[in-house]
Design a protein around this ligand. Structure first.
Ligand code: PHE
Length: 343
């Protein structure tokens, strides 16, 4: 039996809305609109029953019931297909892709300066040197006076050295550790002293804090030849057998004679490049025979003993070794830089 025309129109409207309901919220709205207990369309139709003449009631009631049943059936069908879709989506999002590569834990690395210190300590250990250390806050005696700095030496000026209010200072080099070692021990002495030092310097190549390694050998019959041989052996181990070593006369109050030590530029092997300003050479350390006055001040008899000393800039070596163009990169603690350098 065909529906009365007004219901056929409702049926069509419902069908249109049902096929457009593509998610849970639309489904819920549809259900409320048609089957809602208070304002649902089906409910509204049923409430019209009472106002109809008795002979029409039966047909109309049956027609509304048919509409109600098909709305319910269609909503159930929609519910089932929405639920199925929801289930697949949630299994897909929870799925584990076992073909993804693992995420390795991020492991720290030793700092480039530490790597170079380790390497240098190892080389000198092979030559019979042991490690000695001293304080970074020093006094005038150990940093200057015992090292034969005259009272008016420029390093003693406020503009070069960090002084503390009590007159002590941040050591400007590792040479005070020489003094502490010679005061404490009798020859023969063979030590290297790595550590931080401080100067009022700040540019591409200088940082107010940097690192040095001091070397000291004191004994009977130690000569300038021993100094040169030791430094050559060291440079050949640290860089390469082919690296050239050149000693240039220089001056330090605590060594006499003194020499600055250059190596052939590791970037161009000595032919000249931007890094070595086209000289083919790079200065890496200061050295000399321990000044007899310094020995004396430390209670060592200079008529019996001689010695040599040298001081090396570690940061410089780290920059050369790892191709780091700016000293600040060593101390900014930028992980991206530090991660590129591995021992
Ligand atoms: N202390 C000197 C400096 O800082 C280096 C040096 C050490 C030179 C030992 C000679 C001997 O420049």
């Amino acid at each position: 039996m065909p529906d009365p025309p007004d219901l056929a129109q409702q049926r069509e409207e419902f069908e249109r809305e049902a096929s457009a309901a593509s998610d849970r919220a639309a489904w819920e709205a549809l259900r409320l609109k048609w089957l809602g207990r208070k304002r649902g369309i089906v409910r509204g139709l049923l409430s019209q029953l009472g106002g109809l003449p008795p002979d029409e009631r039966k047909d109309f009631g049956q027609a509304v019931n048919r509409l109600k049943n098909s709305v319910e059936a269609r909503l159930e069908e929609l519910d089932a297909s929405l639920s199925a879709r929801e289930r697949t989506a949630s299994t897909q999002s929870a799925a584990l892709d076992v073909t993804l590569p693992g995420r390795p834990p991020r492991v720290g690395t030793a700092h480039p300066v530490s790597l170079v210190v380790r390497e240098i300590v190892e080389i000198f250990a092979g030559l019979g040197f042991s490690v000695a250390e001293g304080p970074e806050v020093e006094d005038d005696f150990h940093n200057f006076e015992a090292l034969n700095f005259p009272p008016d030496h420029p390093a003693r000026e406020e503009q070069d050295t960090f002084f503390l209010r009590d007159g002590r200072l941040l050591r400007t080099h590792t040479s005070p550790v020489q003094i502490r070692t010679m005061v404490d021990r009798d020859p023969p002495i063979r030590v290297i002293c790595p550590g931080r030092v401080y100067r009022k310097d700040n540019d591409l190549r200088h940082s107010p804090m940097f690192h040095q390694i001091e070397g000291l050998a004191v004994g009977k019959g130690i000569t300038f030849g021993d100094l040169k041989g030791t430094l050559e052996a060291f440079v050949h181990r640290l860089f390469s057998e082919e690296t050239g070593v050149r000693l240039r006369p220089s001056y330090f109050p605590f060594t006499e004679p003194s020499a600055e030590v250059d190596i052939t530029c590791p970037f161009c092997s000595g032919s000249g490049c931007r890094v070595c300003s086209d000289t083919g050479w790079m200065e890496i350390l200061g050295s000399g025979m321990v000044n007899p006055r310094v020995l004396e001040r430390c209670g060592i008899d200079p008529s019996v003993y001689t010695g040599f000393a040298f001081g090396l800039g570690i940061d410089r070596v780290a920059m050369i070794r790892f191709g780091i163009p700016n000293i600040r990169l060593l101390f900014d603690s930028d992980e991206r830089v530090l991660r590129q350098v591995r021992g």
